[in-house]
Every structure is written in C-alpha cells, then in structure tokens.
Write a protein that binds this ligand. Structure first.
Ligand code: SAM
Length: 226
C-alpha cells in the first residue's frame, strides 16, 4: 500500500531524477577514474573554470542583434548573464524593490533597459521583442495565460518564448512562504496555455537536477509565435 502511494508522487519522481544523477556521478567519481587522465581533466576543468562554464558559453549562439525581453526579471540575474551576448535587453518587473536591486546589479550596462509594469500588461510595444524569457515567474501568476498572451503580443511574428519553471510538486508550503500560486506546471497544461496564447512548435524538456539544488525539478519549454 505504502509503495503504491509513495512511488507515484511528484517527490518520488524528483528523488528518482536525483538518484540517476548521483549514480552517474559516482560512476565518474570512482578512484580509478580520478587517477586516470580523463578523471583528472574533469576535476581540473571544474576547479579552474567552474561547473557551468560550457553552459554559460551557450548564450553566444544567440544572434547578437536580437532584442530580448526578460519578463519578471527579479534582481536581474538572467539579464546580467545574457548581457555580453545581446545588443538590447528589456527587463520588466512589477516590484520596485526587485527593480532597485536589478538597477544596482546592471548599472553601467546601457543596453539593458529596466521597465516597471505587470506581466499581464507589459510596458513593451507590439512586436518589439525577438525573444521573451519567463524564468521562474509563471507559477506566481493567477492567470498565466494573460502573461503568455502579452508575451505573444510583444514578440515579432516568428519570435520565440522560453519558459523555465517547476514540474508539478507537492510542496504546499511554497504557497505561504514563497507566494506561489501554482504547484508546478505539467507538460500538458503548459502546451495548452502556449497554444491558446498563439504559440506553435512547443518543445518541452525536463532539466536534470543540479546536485546542490533542493527545490523541485525544473522544465524548460520553448515555442514560436505564429
Ligand atoms: C521568483 S522571481 C524570478 C526572477 C528572475 N526571473 C530569476 O529567474 O531570477 C519572480 C519575479 O516575478 C515578479 N512578478 C511576479 N508577478 C508579477 C507580475 N504580475 N507582473 C510583473 N512581475 C511579476 C516578481 O516581482 C519577481 O521579481
């Protein structure tokens, strides 16, 4: 009975993903591996350049003249990371406090414009964006479809949206402690919202959990504005 109840929960799925990560890490962290040249290189690479240098470099694949909207930018971490790779970034948030922190973090970066406003009524003109990012934001919104419709309005035809958010989870306490409205978003739900907002070519990927991350597993969804 317990097995039936536990193995089908979102927490069990998260554990399963982490277990796979841990086992694959163990395989490559065995002593035999680290005494080999390949193992030494893995360790040296991380020591010298960090665990995510290759991922950070991926942003260079963006065409440099794209106009990127960082929607719900918070303290501006995503914009800061993209700054060397994008000629123009419009970062929007409704919170004065978040924008103050973002302004401090991004000071001197003239190609990043901070605008205050709601995601449900973006202070961005029709078709102004090539790319719209909604990173860890949708689960805060009572009506995510309105924000997606706004992302569609502000994107040029063929422009792309990228959503990073949590998979369905059971951490009820996040509603009180973090102001979450949605306890994660399923692939079916996300695809339906995107299609209803005028997006096509929806792609969905579950991200492998990072070893030190304690939160629910994440997904990334991308789609193209019709
Ligand atoms: C969890 S933070 C994520 C910040 C950032 N995207 C990141 O990945 O670090 C969510 C942000 O969404 C903003 N936000 C929430 N609801 C909003 C709304 N309706 N309109 C505009 N911004 C909103 C909050 O102020 C907050 O800065």
């Amino acid at each position: 009975m317990v097995r039936d109840q536990v193995t089908t929960s979102a927490a069990a799925n998260d554990d399963d993903r982490r277990l796979k990560q841990v086992l694959s890490r163990r395989k490559t962290q065995s002593e035999a591996f680290f005494s080999s040249a390949a193992g030494q290189w893995d360790r040296l690479r991380e020591e010298l350049f960090g665990a995510t240098s290759h991922l950070r470099a991926m942003a260079a694949l963006l065409e440099h003249d794209l106009v990127v909207g960082d929607l719900g930018c918070g303290t501006g971490q995503v914009s800061q990371w993209l700054a060397p790779f994008s000629e123009r970034i419009i970062a929007v948030d409704s919170s004065r406090e978040m924008l103050r922190a973002a302004r401090e973090r991004l000071s001197g970066q003239r190609h990043i414009e901070l605008r205050q406003g709601p995601l449900e009524k973006l202070p961005i003109s029709n078709g102004e964006l090539d790319v719209a990012l909604l990173m860890l934001v949708l689960h805060h919104l009572p009506e995510p479809k309105r924000a997606l419709a706004e992302a569609a309005r502000t994107l040029r035809s063929g422009g792309r949206v990228l959503i990073l958010d949590m998979l369905p989870h059971e951490r009820e306490e996040y509603r009180q402690t973090l102001g979450h409205v949605w306890m994660g978003i399923s692939e079916k739900q996300m695809t339906q919202w995107l299609q209803e907002a005028g997006f096509k070519a929806v792609r969905w990927r579950t991200l492998p959990p990072e070893s030190k991350a304690k939160g629910p597993s994440l997904f990334v969804a991308t789609a193209r504005r019709v």
